[in-house]
Design a protein around this ligand. Structure first.
Ligand code: NAD
Length: 354
């Protein structure tokens, strides 16, 4: 059981996270950038991709799976196409560098295609879509996970064969955060299963298989041997998207697929294929703002099935979580806080307070 949560102000959490990452070997600017990304994930409500990742990152640095000093090597492949070798660096550092290189290309040509390979865990993919949207660009991102044990079953299969391979799509809106669909292609993220397990709760039907390939509601199957599997989002459709991530990000992007990249202790490798589009170059540009707002207002006007829960569009839950957590602070489960404390101690620093 987790015990009570520790409530931490986001500014204090950023400083604590950056201190641990710097003590683990990151340059101060990179430590701050990774800390910001992780705390922003917590603020957005995605605790599975927040500061709770730091103990895993520290272990990965120690085992050589993650190089805390690496930066992206950008390769110009001609025309609209860029590639980037993440050199096992922090995904949050190398993916940001790669997107920053692709933005001017998309501005110049109307479109840019970026293949990032060999990054360590890039974290919340929506961060890169937000980076492109801040430059006025729409974007589509496909990510596969390599070097790590598979977690998600193919539709109709009995065991895990794929990562939780996220897909992300963003469309900028005038004066507002973008429409931001950012999702794992498994029915549920592994972090959500961990939270349920720590709370001693069962999960809903249709999310998990046990180690024998039978449906279960016990999230603990993901941490026992033989390991269970997360089921794909939306049956065969999520499975199809997950496999598309393998082929687009892994095979076409050159970083490899889960079937070929060797597993290593503590490694979470990500490859990401990103398409950046300049809306100003497309025929819809003239009436874009009105058309986007009309489409979103149209769906949001549907009478809510539960009167207490109005219809939302993708990105709104994250905005609502941010608005709350910026003022109330971020609740870190006691177990996660203690893991952070141990990670800090392992690199010779302290997690102040708590
Ligand atoms: P989720 O299920 O919480 O949300 C998925 C999407 O649905 C979001 O765009 C959200 O805005 C939208 N949404 C949620 N509730 C909604 C509602 N009521 N109405 C309309 N839209 C709604 O997210 P997830 O699938 O658990 O993924 C969490 C994060 O994990 C993402 O940021 C993803 O990028 C990240 N991730 C990363 C990796 C990696 O290897 N780096 C792997 C898997 C997932």
């Amino acid at each position: 059981m987790t015990g009570e949560a520790v409530i931490v102000d986001h500014g204090r959490l950023r400083a604590a996270a950056a201190r641990i990452l710097a003590a683990a070997g990151a340059a101060p600017a990179d430590a701050a950038a990774v800390a910001d990304h992780l705390v922003e994930a917590n603020l957005a409500g995605h605790d599975s991709h927040g500061v709770g990742m730091i103990p895993q990152y520290v272990r990965a640095i120690r085992s050589g799976a993650l190089d805390p000093r690496a930066h992206a090597a950008i390769e110009d492949r001609g025309g609209a196409v860029l590639a980037a070798d993440g050199r096992r660096g922090f995904g949050q550092v190398v993916a940001r560098e790669a997107i920053a290189a692709a933005v001017p290309r998309a501005r110049a040509l109307g479109v840019a295609l970026l293949a990032l390979r060999n990054a360590s865990h890039v974290g919340r993919v929506g961060a890169y879509a937000e980076q492109a949207a801040a430059a006025g660009l729409a974007s589509v991102h496909f990510v596969n996970v390599v070097g790590h044990a598979p977690l998600a079953a193919p539709f109709g299969g009995r065991d895990a064969r794929l990562g939780t391979n996220p897909v992300c799509i963003a469309v900028p809106r005038a004066g507002r955060p973008p429409l931001l669909l950012d999702m794992a292609t498994s029915a549920v993220a592994l972090g959500k299963a961990r939270v349920a397990m720590n709370r001693g709760e069962r999960m809903a039907n249709g999310l998990l298989l046990d180690g024998a390939g039978q449906p279960t509601t016990d999230p603990g199957v993901m941490w026992r041997e033989p390991r269970g599997a997360l089921l794909p989002l939306g049956l065969h459709k999520g499975y199809g998207l997950a496999l598309a991530c393998e082929l687009l990000a892994g095979a076409l992007g050159g970083g490899g697929t889960i079937s070929t990249v060797p597993r290593e202790p503590d490694r979470i490798g990500n490859n990401m294929l990103s398409l950046l589009l300049d809306p100003a170059r497309l025929p819809g540009a003239g009436g874009l703002e009105a058309e986007v707002e009309a489409a979103l207002a149209h769906v949001k006007a549907s009478p809510p099935a539960d009167p207490a829960r109005p219809v939302l569009v993708a990105g709104e839950p994250e905005e609502m979580a941010r608005a709350t957590r910026r003022t109330t602070g971020i609740a870190i489960e006691r177990a996660t806080w203690e893991e952070l404390r141990a990670a800090a101690a392992s690199v010779g620093t302290e997690l102040a307070g708590g």
